[in-house]
Design a protein around this ligand. Sequence first.
Ligand code: PBG
Length: 330
Amino acid sequence: MSGTAFPRLRMRRLRRSAALRDLVAETRLTPGNLIYPLFIEDSGPPRQPIESMPGVDRLSIEEAVSEASAAVGEGIRAVLLFGIPRAKDGRGSRADHPDGVIQRAVKALRSDVPDVVVITDVCLCEYTDHGHCGVVEDGEVVNDASLERLALQAVSHAEAGAHVVAPSDMMDGRVAAIRDALDAAGGAETPILSYAAKYASAFYGPFREAVDSTPAFGDRRSYQMDPRNGDEALREVELDLAEGADFVVVKPALPSLDVIRRVKDTFRVPTAAYQVSGEYAMIEAAGERGWIDVEAAHLEAVGAIRRVGADLIITYAARRLARALSKPGP
Ligand code: PBG
């Protein structure tokens, strides 16, 4: 610290205009930092609003293509795809179907939006009738039998043309299983973005309405992490990196700011944070009541996630933020 103090030092001098504030801003948030999630439905209307996520719709493949193309026009580089299959069953059979909704959506995006990085969510919960992220036997989510299904799903996404696969299931050993399967199938160059530190969070509620994946019994606490633990998150990240993850996700974002910082400090790998559905919905709901300025609150929340160290932020507000960021600041 310099020894200078008031009245020679006046902190307000550098806050006097938007130009000065911009000049000395310590962090920059750009549309290139944002990853835009899309929900793609196999059957149904072109756009179906998700009640608990104002401004977010379930999309047909055609609408997903136009949404991704508009996002790219606003400076966003990547989309993250979630599928809502036409049928669900105990094993999540549609997850690795060559004609599944994600496989077709990936092909459409690759051909019609050549500049977008296509990332696919790899998890069974959108595809199983019980809503769990793995295979269920005798009322238990069984680890090792799930790995095979997840690996097949990842290979099927890569074969359809996904640039990056993103396993979000939290089974032990899935990154290694997926890496081995990709390598064996000629996908050695396909990166894995692993949801390494994923907490069993109350903030995923609206997402489960969006993809209809609320567990039919029990909860996800036997595989997702206990929110009381921070050291455990570092062990999860270390393990996933050792198994071959190329970059990692911490999730949810605002309730895990300490973890994002620790992951960056410890591993120095590209780190994404997921501003999840409930974080988004809180801001939107308060805005609808006139209690909060939605755009300013999204900018501040996502800006804080960036300041704490996230290189990438997965957010449903990506397009709105990209537009806001292209305007001169107040
Ligand atoms: C699992 C998955 C979930 C989310 C992303 N991937 C849900 C869950 O674990 O229950 C939540 C994302 C959000 O809330 O926005 N495939």
